[in-house]
Design a protein around this ligand. Structure first.
Ligand code: ATP
Length: 337
């Protein structure tokens, strides 16, 4: 179902400021939708409105066909996970996960079954009798996720759930969240301002800036078909050139007044003999080199024009000031409206 969650005309006002205005969105079932945007763009405000935590929201929200706009938080059947874990420090891992089920008055056996299954899924069965203070940040967040998932919510909202963790654990936990989502078929909305994280975890990305949706689509669409200059510059590395600047590089067939996007990986350095029909060769110079380990990013210049390009590290260990020949793949030049 493609409109599993439907937001109609959401408006959120704090004092005199309308931070979300006439916001409309539908998201699909059984998928991870990521809200991605700069700090202060309104991601958390929309998320809090969906969960019912935001008292200043107007508009209608439908979940699985039901109008939940007037329902209190605990009746919406929505789980929420925060960056801060929010575990009960005086309860064991088992009791933390069992908490919601006990409130629903399930039998002891049922609770034992459900909690154990969930702890197995998040690989924390051996920590069932430990307290949150005994756990690492990543383990605590897995308890928080298990505690939400055990309630079988229709929708799970994750607000920057990985922000407090170090880089390696972030990547591991992000892959695990993806795995839980696929195993249980839960619909998730995941908020982040980290584009790499968004691209890696999402089925569906909603880019928000200034309280408005800039673009919604698969990570591939968002990267390869940005709808405007904001999108081109917000996601991924980029070169934005006018048609005139491209003409100066020998690409004449484009409108001189329009702007165009060229991703760094669409520019290469190679021997003339390897040139394809779609490529245009130019002479230039390396200005700077940033080494990322597996790949290297060069800033190259020709006359007054500066361009970023990327190559795999082993192919081109070049130093600044080296004179080079670079090639732009014409088929990868994207017009910007
Ligand atoms: N309770 C509040 N009172 C007043 N203004 C608020 C309140 N909550 C949010 N805002 C304002 O609403 C705007 C959107 O904030 P929000 O927290 O939704 O952004 P965000 O995209 O989640 O940012 P971040 O990535 O930094 O968490 C900001 O300008 C913020 O200052």
């Amino acid at each position: 179902m493609n409109d599993f969650l439907k937001i109609e005309n959401l408006n959120v006002t704090f004092g005199k400021d309308t931070v979300i205005k006439d916001f409309n969105l539908t998201i699909p079932e059984n998928a991870i939708t990521v809200f991605l945007g700069p700090s202060g763009s309104g991601k958390t405000t929309v998320l809090r409105s969906i969960s019912g935590l935001n008292r200043y929201a107007k508009g209608r929200i439908f979940l699985d066909g039901q109008d939940i706009s007037e329902l209190p938080v605990h009746k919406r059947n929505i789980g929420v996970i925060f960056q801060s874990y929010a575990l009960f420090p005086n309860m064991t891992v088992f009791d933390n996960v069992a908490y919601g089920l006990r409130a629903q008055k399930l039998s002891k056996d049922e609770i034992y079954q459900e909690v154990t299954t969930m702890l197995q899924l998040v690989n924390l069965e051996s920590k069932a009798n430990n307290y949150p203070d005994d756990l690492s940040g990543g383990q605590k967040q897995r308890v928080a996720i298990a505690r939400s998932m055990v309630m079988k919510p229709k929708l799970l909202l994750l607000d920057e759930p990985l922000s407090a963790l170090d880089a390696k654990i972030r990547v591991e936990l992000r892959e695990q969240i993806r795995e839980y989502q696929q195993k249980l078929g839960i619909t998730m909305i995941f908020v982040t301002h980290d584009q790499g994280e968004a691209m890696a975890i999402a089925d569906n990305v909603v880019v928000i800036s200034d309280g408005k949706i800039q673009q919604q689509g698969s990570p591939w669409d968002i990267y390869t078909k940005p709808v405007n200059e904001f999108m081109a510059t917000f996601i991924g590395e980029h070169n934005i050139l006018s048609g005139q600047e491209l003409a100066n590089l020998g690409i004449n067939e484009l409108s001189k007044e329009e702007k165009y996007l060229i991703r760094p990986e669409s520019i290469t350095l190679k021997k003339i003999s390897e040139l394809s029909d779609q490529e245009v060769a130019c002479l230039g110079k390396i200005d700077s080199v940033v080494n990322y380990g597996n790949r290297v990013q060069y800033t190259i210049s020709k006359n007054n024009l500066s361009l970023k390009m990327e190559a795999l590290n082993h192919t081109l260990p070049l130093v600044p000031e080296t004179e080079i020949e670079f090639f732009i793949d014409k088929s990868k030049i994207l017009p910007l409206s």
